[in-house]
Each structure stands twice: as structure tokens, then as C-alpha cells.
Design a protein around this ligand. Sequence first.
Ligand code: SAM
Length: 204
Amino acid sequence: MTHVTGDHYFTAEPNTPAQAREVQFTVAGSDYTLTSASGVFSASRLDPGTAVLLRKADLPVTTTAGDLLDLGCGFGAITCVLGNVAPTATIWAVDVNERARQLTVGNATRLGLSERVRVTAPEEVPDDLRFAQIWSNPPIRIGKDELHRMLLHWLPRLTPDGVAWLVVARHLGGDSLQSWLVGQGWQVARHASQKGFRVLRVTP
Ligand SMILES: C[S@@+](CC[C@H](N)C(=O)[O-])C[C@H]1O[C@@H](n2cnc3c(N)ncnc32)[C@H](O)[C@@H]1O
């Protein structure tokens, strides 16, 4: 039976009961088993766009230090990969959805990453923090204006030599987002394109 509710994946406090699910995937030779739940984005599998991002973008390396941002962390797939491949970096996992944040806390803890993963609502991130990297499969469905506002809030918080990696489906406006970012003064390279997804590399 299908339950119809007013929840979106970006609902702050989903009303649907949290039915736990296991999501397994492999990135850069490491296997991950994370817990997801109904009421969060792509609850039953690693989203194909996120999979393309993690496959095609330049992942941090063991020496990558500083603060990295997973913008719109969902159940924490990107956060867990970043935390695993960059063992001295601090990962900020930010989401408006409280259930997503709880899941990310649990997943990071099970992977032994809790000391370096900070899971917060967007407004709780300290204003003076700057990020060496921003990673995002951004919430296109919140609408263009809101999406642009979100990016204009976070991208200027890259360090001068920082880099943002975004993945957007072409049919959901990947190319127009690229043009808009260029119009805002960002350097944007279409780093990769696979399965209908664009991986954008954005630098100041
Ligand atoms: C496309 S999903 C990606 C989730 C996760 N990173 C993944 O790859 O599975 C986008 C996420 O952004 C979150 N989100 C929506 N609006 C947001 C905002 N203003 N600030 C931060 N996160 C937001 C949603 O709740 C959702 O979890």
C-alpha cells in the first residue's frame, strides 16, 4: 500500500514513521553499509546522481585537511565517504531534515567518524567557518530561487583555494545551473557527465 503524505525529502520533521533501511555501496574500493529511513532523500539506495559524483569527482586524499561541507547530507552517504578518505579532515554535514541529520549521526558513529563529523542544521554552522571543499547533490526540488539562495549562502564560504563539487541531473537543469553560476562570477567546469548527470567543479 502506498502512503500519501505531505512530506518532501526536505521536510524539516517528516511525519511518516521512520522505517529503517540498509543501503550498501562501494566507493573507491571501500564498501559502505549505511542506515537510511523513509522520509529522507533516496531512502532505499545510493542516489544515482550521488553515485556519479562520488565516482567522478576528485575525492579528498589522506592528506586533505581542514573543514569540508556536505551540503544537504541526507542520510550521510557523502559525509561518510569524505570522512573515510580524509582521515584528518572535519566534515560538516548540514541538512534541514532532522531525520536525515539523526541518520547521519548514527552512520558516522558506526564508522568511527563521530569525532570529526559535525552534523547540524544550516543555521547552526558558525558564521566564520570557511570550507576547503563543498560537496553537494543539491536539493533541486526546493525550487530555483531557493536553490540559488542556498548556493549564494554557502559557496562564498569556500577558502580562496577551495573547490565545490556539485552533481545535477541534466534534465533538472544541470546546464542552466552551470550558466547561472558562471554569471555569478564562479569558475565552473563540467568535470564529468555520466548517466544524464553533470558533475560541476566550482571554484572562486
Ligand atoms: C538531493 S538530496 C541529497 C542527499 C544526500 N546528500 C544524498 O546524496 O543522498 C538534497 C538534500 O538537501 C536537503 N536540503 C533541502 N534544503 C536544504 C537547505 N536549505 N539547506 C541544507 N540542506 C537542504 C534535503 O533535505 C536533502 O536531504
